[in-house]
Ligand binder design. Structure first.
Ligand SMILES: [Zn+2]
Length: 240
C-alpha cells in the first residue's frame, strides 16, 4: 500500500497505519538501515506497564493543551506507528508513520544545576536497593522526584517539539504518539528523565554502590570472628 492513497483529510485506520509502518521498516532494513520501533507491551488503556511508565502516560493527560490530540496519539502508538526512537543529547528523535514517514523531535528543558543536585542527593539517600535500580526497577518511595514541582516530569512549557507533517499546529498526533512511546520506553529504562533533565544517573548509582560496599565491609569487620568466604565476596560484588 502506498502512503498517497490515504489522502490528507481521511483518517487512516489502525490497520493501514500498521501495514504502512511495517512495509517502511522492511524497506529500510533491506537498505541496511536499522530502526528502533516502539510497540506497547500491553493492550491495556495504560499503554505502559511499570508504575513510572503509567505515571508518565497519566501525566500527559494532565496537559490540557494536548488533550485533543492524545487519543489519536494513543491510536497511533497502538498501531505500531512509532517506527524509530532515539534518546540522546537531551532530546528524543523519532520517526512516525503517517501519510508519509514524519520526523519528530522532542526536547525537554534541563533542570537548574541546583535542582539537579537536590534530586541526585535525594535519590542517593533513599536508594535502598541498588540491584533493583540496575535491573530497571524504580522504588515507589521515589515517586515524588517525578511529580514534585521542578521534578523530573516537565511542565508543558518545558517541552518543545516539532514534526515534519503538514498538520503541525500545536501538538499533532505524531508528537502525541511519541509522547506515549516515551512511557513505553520508560518501562525498561526508568532513568530516561534523569538524562533528559541533565542529571547523570551514573553518578548517584555509583555513589549508592560505594556506600553499600562500605556498609558491607563494615558489617564484615564487626563480625570479626567470621571469616569472609567466597560466598560473602560474591554478595558484595556479584550483582553489582
Ligand atoms: Zn505530525
Amino acid at each position: 500500500m502506498g502512503y498517497s492513497s490515504w489522502g490528507y483529510f481521511r483518517q487512516p485506520t489502525s490497520y493501514e497505519i500498521e501495514s504502512s509502518a511495517e512495509a517502511y521498516i522492511k524497506r529500510q532494513t533491506k537498505k541496511g538501515i536499522i530502526l528502533n520501533p516502539v510497540y506497547p507491551k500491553t493492550n491495556a488503556r495504560t499503554i505502559a506497564v511499570s508504575w513510572w511508565g503509567i505515571s508518565w502516560c497519566k501525566n500527559l493527560e494532565r496537559y490540557l493543551d494536548f488533550a485533543n490530540r492524545l487519543d489519536r496519539g494513543k491510536k497511533y502508538v497502538r498501531a505500531h506507528a512509532v517506527m524509530d526512537f532515539k534518546e540522546e543529547d537531551g532530546k528524543i528523535s523519532a520517526l512516525v508513520s503517517g501519510s508519509s514517514p514524519y520526523e519528530i523531535e522532542i526536547r525537554i528543558d534541563p533542570l537548574s544545576k541546583k535542582r539537579q543536585g537536590e534530586i541526585a542527593d535525594h535519590c542517593l539517600n533513599r536508594i535502598q536497593n541498588v540491584e533493583d535500580l540496575l535491573n530497571g526497577k524504580f522504588p515507589e518511595e521515589l515517586k515524588d522526584v517525578f511529580f514534585a514541582k521542578e521534578g523530573l516530569f516537565p511542565a508543558p512549557k518545558e517541552i518543545h517539539f516539532s514534526c515534519s507533517c503538514p498538520d503541525y499546529a500545536s501538538m499533532c498526533k505524531h508528537v502525541a504518539a511519541v509522547m506515549y512511546a516515551i512511557g513505553i520506553k520508560l518501562d525498561d529504562d526508568p532513568l530516561i528523565f534523569f538524562r533528559l533533565r541533565g542529571i547523570n544517573p551514573d553518578t548517584f548509582i555509583a555513589e549508592a554502590i560505594k556506600d553499600r560496599v562500605e556498609q558491607m565491609l563494615d558489617n564484615a569487620k564487626k563480625a570479626s570472628t567470621r571469616i569472609i568466604d567466597s560466598g560473602d565476596v560474591e554478595d558484595l560484588f556479584g550483582n553489582l
